[in-house]
Write a protein that binds this ligand. Sequence first.
Ligand SMILES: CC(C)(COP(=O)(O)OP(=O)(O)OC[C@H]1O[C@@H](n2cnc3c(N)ncnc32)[C@H](O)[C@@H]1OP(=O)(O)O)[C@@H](O)C(=O)NCCC(=O)NCCS
Length: 245
Amino acid sequence: MMKMRLIFALLILPFPSILKVWFYRIFFGYKIGKKVKIGLSAIIADKCSIGDRTRIGHFNLFYRNQDLRIGSDVILGFANKIFGGAVVDIGNKCHIFRFNEINSILDPLVLGDFDPRLILGEGTVITVNHKIDFTDRVTFGESVVFAGRNSNIWTHNRQKTAPVSIGRNCYVGSNVQFVAGSSIGEYCVLALGSVVTKKIDGEWKVIAGMPAKAHKDLDEDSKVLVTYPTRPDLQGITGALPTAG
Ligand SMILES: CC(C)(COP(=O)(O)OP(=O)(O)OC[C@H]1O[C@@H](n2cnc3c(N)ncnc32)[C@H](O)[C@@H]1OP(=O)(O)O)[C@@H](O)C(=O)NCCC(=O)NCCS
């Protein structure tokens, strides 16, 4: 079944977006909203829904997602790979830029319970060249900015897994690492190069270092790093205000 879908999705790749959307609706049974644009990208999922006005750029590949839910007004840039998982839930107005590898191990041989689910809250931004393993659950709250380059999230230590979560409105700096079972609270700044090794509680903190620790409360000037809307059309998200004036 998946192989047939893969072949079919590759065959229709060069078709104009309008035809591709039509094919996906008719032959794959995907629920695709109005004004959705799909570039030279393939979507191979058991089940898929895409909200209105979402734009998927070129060379993106969704492969073997069991239940793929892409909200409305989502922007997916160039050459992102999103593989595997029981649920991939990309909230409304998320923006995933380019070259991200977002992967749940296909047919994993892991011990105990695990929950291969990726949940991106509304308005979350993932920039460039990050690697996110969601063999166990990965949750980003609303308006998280996963910024810079080369950050990693790992939810497995060989065959043992544990979930990772990032609270709403966090600004995650470049080159950070999350180990399985780690998390940070809401409205926090995670400094460049941090390694998060465990659950770090608290809100409005500057978290930094290896292992990462909460260093101080965010001062008034720095609060804008976690309150400024992640997209110009997100002025209205509750809690994402005040904006930088
Ligand atoms: C965290 C950051 C935003 C500075 O925030 P700030 O509120 O001005 O915090 P401060 O500079 O006062 O630092 C607070 C503490 O964290 C420490 N710290 C800050 N950045 C750190 C880092 N990258 N690694 C380790 N410690 C760091 C400071 O030394 C200070 O420690 P102290 O309390 O023991 O003196 C900045 O250092 C940073 O990492 N920015 C991310 C840049 C980035 O990744 N950009 C990607 C493109 S958007």
